[in-house]
Design a protein around this ligand. Structure first.
Ligand SMILES: *Cc1c(COP(=O)(O)O)cnc(C)c1O
Length: 471
C-alpha cells in the first residue's frame, strides 16, 4: 500500500474503524478506497478498475452508475427532501411504495412498515411478535428460533439471531434466542442419506427443539431462504416445506429474512417463491433501494397485522419508529429500483437470462483441486475451498485460505468476499455473459495461483495430518 502519510489510505487507517474487516490483512494491504463506478465495475483512487463480483454487499444490483435512480432522487430532493411517518404523517412516495410492495409480495400482505436497514427490519419483526403475543394475553410466547451460521444483522436482537460464535464477545445472544441446524447437505448429510431425508432429519430436529422448549414459549422462527453471510448456502430439496409444516403444527410465526434474496437474487422475485413457502412476516432491505439509500421494510400477513392491531388498540398506538424511516427520497429511489428490476425486459429478466450461464460457469470449478463444492441458485453462488476433495478436509483456519483467494482476486481486478472457507459470488443483476466469463476467468487464475502456494508450502498434507491427529 501507499506509504504517503497524507494518503487516503493512511488517513483511513488512522481515523476509521471498518466493519467486519480482518485487521492483519487491512494493516498489510491497506484499505481499498473507491472513487467511481460504471456498470458492474468500480474504480479505486489509483485508477484500478474492478469487477464487483458481490454487488457491494449483495445490494448494488442495478450497477454503479444508474442515472435514472439519481434523477428520481434529485427530483424528490427538490420537492420534499425529508419527512417521517410518526403521528399519522407521511410523504406521498412512501404511500406509493407500500402499495407497490404489497403488489409485488409473494403472499397476501396487509400492511408494510418502513425501517432504515435489514437489522432494523428484523428487530422490528421480533418486537411485533412480542407485542402481539403480549396483547393476546400470552406474554411468555416470545422465544425466537434462528439457525446456526445464520446472519440477520447487527443491532442487539438481530445480532443475537446470528448463529456465529463472535456474538459471544458482546455477551449475546439474548436469552430468548434458540438455534436449530444450518442446512448444508454437502457438509452435514450422512453417508447414503438423500437430500430429502436430510431435510426431514433437520425438520425433526426443529420439532424436537420446539417440544423440548414448549411451543407456548416460542413466538417465531426466522430464516433466510438462501443463507447469505452463512456462505451462500442453498437449502436441500424439500427443506422449507417440511420446516413450514412443523411451524404451522405448533403455531409459530415464520419470518422470512429476504434481505438478500428479495427482489430477484435467487431467480424468482422472492426466495420464498424459489423454495415455495409462505411466510407470515417478510423482512427486506438491501435490493429494495439497490444500496443507493438506506431503507428496509417489514411486510405483514393479514393475520399478523390483525393481531398487532389488536395489541396496539390497548395502547392506542404501535410504540416504535425510526426518525428517518419511511423517507421520501428512499421511497422515490425504491420505486425506481423496483421499476428497473421488475419491468418487462428489465434487470430481473436479464438475471433470469444469464443465471444458467452463471451457474454453469460456477459448476466448471468442480474439477479444480481446491474446490470441494460449487453451489448456487439464480445469481448467487459460492465455491467451498477444501484441502482435500475426497475427505472434504478444510485447510487449517490459520491458513486463512478464503481471505487469500479474495486478496489475490483483488490484485486481479475482481472484488469477491470470503466467508470462512468459501468464496462468494453475487454480481449485479445487469451483468452479461461475457462479463460472467471474464469474472470466472479471473477467478480461475487466482485459484491456480493459490494452488501453487498450497503445493509449495505443503498446506494440503498439513491439513490432512492435523485432521488425522484430531481424530
Ligand atoms: C445484510 C443482512 C441483514 C442486515 O441488514 P443491514 O442493512 O446491514 O442492517 C439482515 N439479514 C440478512 C440476510 C442480511 O444479509
Amino acid at each position: 500500500m501507499t506509504k504517503h502519510s497524507n494518503s487516503a489510505e493512511a488517513r483511513d487507517l488512522a481515523y476509521h474503524l471498518h466493519s467486519f474487516t480482518h485487521l492483519d490483512s487491512l494493516a498489510e494491504d491497506g484499505p481499498l478506497v473507491l472513487e467511481s463506478g460504471d456498470g458492474i465495475y468500480v474504480t479505486d483512487n489509483h485508477g484500478n478498475r474492478y469487477i464487483e463480483g458481490i454487488s457491494g454487499l449483495w445490494n448494488i444490483v442495478v450497477g454503479f452508475n444508474e442515472g435514472r435512480i439519481a434523477e428520481a432522487a434529485f427530483k424528490q430532493m427538490q420537492k420534499l427532501p425529508a419527512y417521517h411517518t410518526f403521528f399519522g404523517r407521511t410523504a406521498s412516495p412512501v404511500v406509493d411504495l407500500a402499495e407497490r410492495l404489497i403488489e409485488l409480495a409473494p403472499v397476501a400482505i396487509k400492511r408494510v412498515y418502513f425501517v432504515n436497514s435489514g437489522s432494523e427490519a428484523n428487530d422490528t419483526a421480533i418486537k411485533m411478535l412480542w407485542m402481539l403475543n403480549t396483547g393476546a394475553g400470552r406474554p411468555e410466547k416470545r422465544k425466537i428460533i434462528s439457525r446456526k451460521s445464520a446472519y440477520h444483522g447487527t443491532t442487539v436482537a438481530s445480532c443475537s439471531l446470528n448463529g456465529k460464535p463472535y456474538i459471544n464477545c458482546f455477551g449475546l445472544p439474548l436469552p430468548e434466542v434458540l438455534y436449530t441446524d444450518c442446512p448444508h447437505y454437502w457438509r452435514d448429510g450422512k453417508l447414503g442419506e438423500s437430500e430429502e431425508n436430510y431435510a426431514q432429519r433437520l425438520a425433526d430436529n426443529l420439532e424436537a427443539l420446539i417440544q423440548e422448549e414448549g411451543a407456548e414459549t416460542i413466538a417465531g422462527f426466522i430464516a433466510e431462504p438462501v443463507m447469505g453471510a452463512g456462505g451462500a448456502l442453498v437449502p436441500p430439496q424439500g427443506y422449507f416445506k417440511k420446516i413450514e409444516a412443523v411451524l404451522r403444527r405448533h403455531d409459530i410465526a415464520f419470518i422470512a429474512d429476504e434481505v438478500v434474496c428479495g427482489f430477484g437474487r435467487t431467480g424468482s422475485m422472492w426466495g420464498s417463491q424459489t423454495y415455495n413457502f409462505s411466510p407470515d412476516i417478510i423482512c427486506t432491505s438491501k435490493c429494495l433501494t439497490a444500496g443507493y439509500f438506506p431503507m428496509g421494510a417489514v411486510l405483514m400477513s393479514p393475520e399478523i397485522d390483525a393481531k398487532l392491531m389488536h395489541a396496539a388498540e390497548a395502547l392506542g398506538e404501535f410504540p416504535h419508529g425510526f426518525t428517518t424511516a419511511g423517507h421520501p427520497v428512499g421511497a422515490a429511489i425504491a420505486l425506481k429500483v423496483l421499476e428497473l428490476i421488475s419491468e418487462p425486459g428489465g434487470m430481473f429478466d436479464n438475471l433470469c437470462q444469464v443465471a444458467p450461464h452463471f451457474q454453469a460457469g460456477l459448476q466448471k470449478f468442480s474439477d479444480h483441486p481446491l474446490v470441494g463444492e460449487a453451489r448456487g441458485v439464480g445469481l448467487i453462488g459460492a465455491l467451498e475451498i477444501v484441502a482435500d476433495k475426497a475427505s472434504k478436509t478444510p485447510f487449517a483456519e490459520e491458513n486463512l485460505i478464503g481471505e487469500k483467494v479474495v486478496r489475490a482476486a483483488q490484485k486481479n481486478g475482481l472484488i469477491l468476499r470470503p466467508i470462512g472457507e468459501s468464496v462468494i459470488f453475487a454480481p449485479p443483476f445487469i451483468i452479461n455473459e461475457a462479463e460472467i466469463d471474464d469474472m470466472f476467468e479471473r477467478t480461475r487464475r487466482v485459484l491456480d495461483e493459490i494452488e501453487q502456494t498450497v503445493q509449495k508450502d505443503n498446506l494440503r498434507a498439513a491439513a490432512l495430518t492435523a485432521t488425522a491427529a484430531a481424530e
